[in-house]
Design a protein around this ligand. Structure first.
Ligand code: ZN
Ligand code: ZN
Length: 269
């Protein structure tokens, strides 16, 4: 089974799952490797949950658990870093101070103008089409400005999950003016694109990003695909991975990527 490289534990503000429970589940599924990637969204005080990670507590706790399970599974230490352009200086400092302490850094866009599209208010004030346009526009601006801060770009079109009509009217082609340049920046700087299967639990037929975007990344020369379930509870670890594997193969990929010590390792699909 594909190794899960995007999952959360109780170190994230929106999960109560103990780290060991996530590790046990991955072992039960037969994974030989996994990566824990708890949320760190600096300047997210407008959210109900606290998405800022206590790094000085997180790193030693995970190192201890890594050691504890050494014979059973390789646990990589990752983080899901929230990208916002106005915190570029903070992210620069963060990378300098902690960059080498992690195996893997996911860069994700969760907010737009300090609001969270998870809530209906975002769509009420922007409308569906404009809400999506705005999200892809800021995503591109962030990747252009902050590509050095991460290894893989997380769940590119996940905001579609929260749009009033979900994926019903969504087509990548309508947002190509932002998505294509974003993919090109990733490829130019040797950055991976994440295929996130969390979409399936929202009843979506496609992962995030959708297969049209995965295909386009491949067509443009992109080779680095990371895979993650975004599980916040054990039952979702590895969920949808068989389907995801078939989809990646159909898009032309033969390998997926895991990061160890911030270095890309290719694993056959
Ligand atoms: Zn995320
Ligand atoms: Zn996540």
């Amino acid at each position: 089974m594909i190794y899960d490289c995007h999952l959360h534990t109780c170190f994230s503000g929106d999960s109560d799952t103990p780290v060991r429970q996530q590790v046990q589940r991955a072992i039960t599924l037969g994974m030989e490797e996994m990566c824990i990637t708890d949320h760190h969204d600096y300047d997210s005080c407008f959210c109900e949950d606290n998405f800022e990670l206590d790094i000085p507590a997180y790193l030693p706790a995970l190192r201890q658990i890594q050691e504890e399970y050494k014979g059973s599974i390789r646990i990589n230490i990752g983080i899901e870093l929230g990208l916002q352009n106005h915190i570029a200086e903070y992210l620069r400092q963060f990378s300098e101070n902690y960059g080498s302490s992690f195996d893997y850094v996911i860069g994700s866009s969760h907010f737009v103008d300090r609001t969270d599209p998870y809530y209906p208010e975002y769509w009420e004030s922007h409308g569906e089409k404009e809400g999506l346009e705005k999200f892809f526009q800021v995503s591109l601006e962030r990747v252009q400005k902050l590509y050095w801060a991460f290894d893989s770009y997380g769940h590119l079109d996940y905001v579609v999950r929260y749009a009033p009509h979900g994926e019903q009217y969504y087509s990548y082609k309508e947002y190509i003016q932002w998505i294509d340049p974003l993919l090109k920046v990733l490829i130019q700087h040797g950055k991976a694109l994440e295929c996130n299967t969390g979409a399936f639990k929202y009843g979506m037929s496609q992962p995030n990003p959708c297969t049209d975007i995965l295909k386009r990344y491949h067509e443009l020369g992109g080779e680095l695909i990371t895979v993650g379930s975004d599980a916040h509870t054990p039952e979702y670890i590895g969920s949808g991975f068989d389907r995801c594997r078939e989809m990646l193969l159909a898009c032309g990929f033969r390998y997926y990527t895991v990061f160890r010590g911030r270095k890309a390792c290719m694993i056959p699909l």
